[in-house]
Design a protein around this ligand. Structure first.
Ligand SMILES: [Zn+2]
Length: 373
């Protein structure tokens, strides 16, 4: 634990805590804010009034509950303030502009074809520029930029250890590079944590225990237990869990028998002896044997994860599954054949967006670290 002197006054602290709660919750009431933040009713009322005056939050019309005064909802003002999210992965770049209330307003995509660090950074700037043009045309106020990425990231220090697909894209502070260019608050996070945030905002019930897996050229995981995320060095590295200890397939990490060697796009293509996964995706029946194997090892891994962490829901996204019901059935069958104990729903979500989650997390991080909008 780092000790530091907090120079905020009490009113600044309550402002920050209450606003951070509203942003996180999306839609709430004064009563709920008071209960969850432990501030007094008068503090909550005066902070919410100040937020409404600054147009940082809006209040919906009261509805009458039939007894006494009606209740109104407090929501972040997505008609004025927006955040940009950018996702970088081996397939492409995608960007989203979202209101701070979570409404999606604009989206853009660019293919990934870069071979060097400078080119990647240039492409990041290009897609952010498109978003900023939209923000300016519509007179929104840009609050923050979130960047989601595969690879090894320390989001606490915005330190980027490496991105496996570009040799020299490593040991760099992406936050500083983007902040120097745009002078806007930037937050960098591992893609699966962004997907978890997107899932929690768009689909989750309160306090559930959920695991999100992105099965693409790598396999990343993010876990949330009873509403609290588990954070490792950017991600939870089950992609290199040993699933075949006896003479296993060689993995990109140098070890043998890892999950990624069997179930990632790179691993499947290598085993099927084809140029890339696209060839398999275009003719899934021809390569069913390899997809079945990939699904089997995913099922084994998911079963271990859900039993170790008491997970209630396992959400899969990524182009390995790509709406392939046979693969999903194989994953579920494998999981239940190992152990059906405990209840865990395994579900595929095609359009879970890492850029959406990155935008949300950048906003939460900015407000949560004491910055005003
Ligand atoms: Zn490995």
């Amino acid at each position: 634990m780092i000790n530091y002197i907090d120079n905020h006054t009490d009113s600044q602290k309550s402002y920050k805590a209450i606003f951070a709660y509203i942003i996180k919750k999306g839609k709430t009431t004064r009563r709920e804010i008071q209960k969850q933040t432990n501030y007094s009713w008068s503090s909550v009322s005066s902070v919410v009034s100040a937020l409404i005056n600054k147009k940082q939050v809006i209040e919906t019309e009261s509805f009458n509950t039939g007894v006494g005064r009606g209740t109104s909802y407090i929501m972040p003002n997505g008609d004025k303030f927006v955040s940009i999210g950018v996702d970088i992965n081996s397939v492409g770049y995608s960007a989203t502009v979202i209101g701070i209330d979570g409404t999606s307003k604009f989206a853009s995509e660019l293919p990934f074809e870069e071979k060097a660090k400078e080119q990647v950074i240039e492409k990041i700037f290009k897609i952010i520029d498109e978003c900023i043009e939209y923000v300016n045309e519509n007179n929104f106020t840009l609050v923050s930029i979130g960047i989601s990425c595969q690879g090894r990231i320390d989001s606490t220090h915005s330190y980027f250890e490496n991105f496996f697909f570009v040799e020299d894209f490593k040991h760099l502070n992406l936050k500083k590079i983007v902040e120097d260019k745009y002078n806007i608050y930037v937050y960098v996070e591992h893609d699966t944590n962004c997907l978890l945030e997107a899932y929690q905002f768009q689909h989750a019930e309160n306090d559930e225990s959920v695991c999100v897996a992105r099965v693409v050229s790598g396999i990343g995981f993010a876990i949330c237990i009873n509403g609290y995320s588990i954070e490792d060095f950017g991600s939870i590295d089950f992609g290199h869990m040993t699933v075949q200890p006896l003479n296993g397939e060689l993995c990109s990490c140098g070890l043998r028998g890892c999950l990624e060697a069997y179930s990632s796009t790179v691993g499947i293509a290598k085993r099927a002896n084809v140029k890339d996964f696209q060839e398999i995706d275009n003719n899934r029946e021809k390569y069913r044997k390899y997809l079945d194997e990939a699904a089997f090892y995913l099922g084994v891994t998911f079963n271990n994860i859900r039993r170790i962490f008491s997970i209630q829901k396992l959400i899969i996204t990524g182009n390995v599954i790509n709406n392939d019901q046979k693969m999903l059935d194989k994953i579920i069958d494998t999981d239940t054949s190992i152990s059906a104990s405990g209840v865990c729903k395994i579900k595929y979500i095609h359009d879970l967006s890492a850029s959406f989650g990155a935008a949300r997390l950048s906003l939460i991080d900015k407000v949560g670290t004491g910055n005003s909008l």
